[in-house]
Ligand binder design. Structure first.
Ligand SMILES: Cc1cc2nc3c(=O)[nH]c(=O)nc-3n(C[C@H](O)[C@H](O)[C@H](O)COP(=O)(O)OP(=O)(O)OC[C@H]3O[C@@H](n4cnc5c(N)ncnc54)[C@H](O)[C@@H]3O)c2cc1C
Length: 383
């Protein structure tokens, strides 16, 4: 169902507020328990972080422990759902290019962890043979087979359409939820009846449960993103990151070996560090590249994309690929961020949950988090 009216008159077992990846993941998990579900979103179509991201389902690089395990589980759910929902998995695997020796040392240390078990470290010669497109200085490349990429701007609508068609999930779009007090869900279009509710508001901190959200001390992170064309001959078999990512992704950044690398960045790439710039490059089915990103934190980030920040991102691209691509599209996105946690699950009431991913990991972890939330909520295993 699309459009603001009429609201469904039937009662539901579960109302999910928010149709980003976190809300859709909860709808999927609850549908596996046979629940009657309504998903309500204020936007007419997906417009938040979930369609602005890389669609990069990142496993390698996630924080050791729960986050890494959730990423693995979420990756598996993506692979199970994608063919049913007609979502193309456009890339498989990840190459992390160590431009510096200090970065190669971090990757070698990563290889010695449990998370490195199925990964491969390629020395310069092996890396150049396998990845001839890397034209700049290389100290080594970490190859990970775990990671996947989907085209979020089409994958999220396709996932919602499949949930509606194949799983009988009702969607109410263009409707704001003002109050959640099961069985009453108050919306801008009237009341919806649902026995339970899971609120997945993305980075909306001032709407539902604003007081509870305020107690977590969240901020927003703004990212700059680019779509680019680097000619018909660039064929990227997998996602690409560089040594700048090793100071951001906790699976590497928490290794003691990253301390030396951080010191090198501070003296050699201080502007990249100041703007939270690192490099992710992924390729779409039409050959275009999605390149990013930067990280600026504020309660209300400004909406403006800075060319100077784009240039920092592209400097890193040029250092790896040896040339500057033609930019075809620019956008910004924001996500919820917390200094002390990657996500939060709150229980405003026995029949209500609030779920927010407070790090840039929603595409990678939401499916697993949703399974855990739904299993705890209903006391049942998701089959
Ligand atoms: C530029 C960018 C790149 C990223 N790259 C990656 C990546 O490659 N891999 C990765 O794993 N993660 C990535 N992330 C993070 C990931 O996109 C987010 O963690 C994830 O999308 C958050 O999903 P969400 O459903 O919580 O939020 P959203 O997608 O923002 O959805 C929240 C929805 O809730 C709705 N809503 C909120 N309040 C109400 C209300 N009261 N009534 C009705 N509707 C409401 C909003 O309209 C919105 O549609 C990136 C994020 C950005 C911004």
């Amino acid at each position: 169902m699309t459009g603001a009216a009429p609201l469904p008159s039937a009662g539901f077992d579960l109302a999910v507020v928010g149709a980003g990846i976190v809300g859709l993941a909860h709808a999927l998990a609850a549908s596996r328990l046979g629940k009657r579900i309504v998903v309500i979103d204020r936007d007419a179509q997906a417009n938040g972080a979930s369609i602005r991201n890389f669609g990069f389902i990142t496993v390698t690089g996630q924080q050791a422990g729960a986050c890494w395990r959730r990423a693995m589980r979420s990756r598996d759910i993506w692979l199970e759902v994608a063919p049913q929902a007609r979502i193309e998995v456009v890339q498989s695997g990840l190459a992390v290019v160590a431009r510096r020796r200090a970065a190669a040392r971090v990757l070698e240390a990563f290889m010695a962890t449990d998370m490195g078990r199925d990964c491969t470290f390629l020395d310069e010669a092996a890396a150049r043979a396998r990845f001839p497109m890397f034209a700049g200085a290389i100290s080594g490349v970490l190859w990970s087979p775990h990671d996947r990429r989907v085209e979020s701007r089409t994958a999220i609508p396709a996932l919602a359409a499949w949930l509606a068609d194949a799983r009988d999930v009702t969607f109410v779009r263009g409707v704001e939820v003002f109050d959640v007090n099961p069985p009453h869900i108050e919306t801008s279009a009237g009341q919806i009846e649902a026995e339970t509710a899971i609120v997945c508001p993305g980075d909306d901190f001032t709407g539902l449960f604003a007081g509870r959200i305020a107690s977590y001390g969240l901020s927003r992170c703004k990212l700059q993103m680019l779509r680019a064309d680097d000619g018909p001959n660039l064929n990227l078999p997998c996602a690409v990151m560089t040594d700048l990512s090793l100071c951001r992704y906790l699976g590497y950044a928490e290794l003691p070996e990253s301390a030396g690398l951080k010191r090198e960045f501070a003296s050699e790439q201080p502007a990249h560090l100041a703007h939270g710039v690192h490099l992710i490059v992924v390729q779409s089915a039409d050959g275009s590249l999605v390149i990013g990103d930067s990280h600026h934190y504020a309660a209300t980030p400004d909406p403006f994309g800075s060319s100077a920040v784009d240039d920092l991102i592209l400097d890193e691209y040029v250092a790896v690929f040896g040339r500057r691509p033609r930019i075809t599209e620019r956008w910004t996105g924001t996500y919820a961020s917390a200094a002390d946690r990657l996500m939060l699950i709150d229980a405003p009431g026995a029949d209500t949950r609030l779920v927010m991913i407070t790090s840039g990991t929603g595409a990678s972890t939401a499916f697993a988090i949703a399974e855990e939330v739904v299993e705890e909520f209903y006391g049942l295993r998701v089959g």
